[in-house]
Write a protein that binds this ligand. Sequence first.
Ligand code: MG
Length: 384
Amino acid sequence: MNATLAPYAATAENSRGRRHREAAPNYRTEYQRDRDRIVHSAAFRRLEYKTQVFVNHEGDMFRTRLTHSVEVAQIARSICRILNLNEDLVEAIALAHDLGHTPFGHAGQDALNRCMKEYGGFEHNLQSLRVVDELEERYAEFSGLNLTYESREGILKHCSPYRAKELGELGERFIKQQQPSLEAQLANVADEIAYNNHDMDDGMRSGLITLEQLCEMSLFGEQYEFVIGHYKNLSERRTIHEVVRRMINAQVTDLIDTSLANIKKAAPTSLDDIRQQKQPLIGFSDEMYAYNRELKRFLRKDLYQHYRVRRMSTKADRIIKSLFDIFIEDQRLLPPDYDGKVSLMEAREGKPGRARVVADYIAGMTDRYAIGEFERLFNPSQLT
Ligand code: MG
């Protein structure tokens, strides 16, 4: 397989390895093993009941973090093959990238970050790394999934220089301003393509945004004109799907063309060359970048701030804050294994350690589990 990969692709041979040494896999590549460990993790299964914009119980037809992660992996793998990069690695990163997300999407993450303010904050990206490095309890010989350096590097998309100091070799690139592998860069951009387009699609389906609003955006408007010009009498639903499909295709094509040109110009010959670049080599043209910015601005203003989304967000906020406060106040209300972990971490790190365990517990909850926990703790007529 490696014979067909670009010389600067990540491979088992140029891997920086795993934190705990393990024998090479018998019948899989190192990155296939990473991907398989991710698919079998508890955090991965929970993605099915976690949402991005809409809450899981609002309707079965919206994306969940699980379907989102599968879409990211699909987009990333298609591009990866054209660029002769390592598909197994890009798939592992794509499937793991959202493992640290809290319940209730962006609202949940903001709420938990506020609760954790005095204790080092909460960031879903760092939490994804924490899940694969520490929190999964599946293997006899180590905590976490013991993934390769390259998968972990891809999961840690961004990080403040201050935080980076605590992360050892994984934090180095944020201090030295180096780049991760092209596979990591690709998974990151595929995430952006996936969520921009499906938030638009889900937003339309929910009735929170209208076709007229979407047509005001240049890329959507252009594709829409083309579709209605070429196909007569299409239903609105089919028209939207056709437009979104074409938008994804336009973005993917632009990304491939621009990235190939960037790679050609930089002429890297090894994975180390990729890491030494000043800028990422995987990216959009200036024109597509501007389209995407317009799309993001629109979604932020008209979808994420929509009054119905806000009403749900304030509920989410209240649930997360109430759970955090009550568990910090009395750790005996936590399930017994977490109670034990609180004592251990508190002995080691004081109150921030205690808060971190509470944050781990809350971040691991699905939307409906968080709602159930809230009911059990605050509703007097509910049985515990
Ligand atoms: Mg994502």
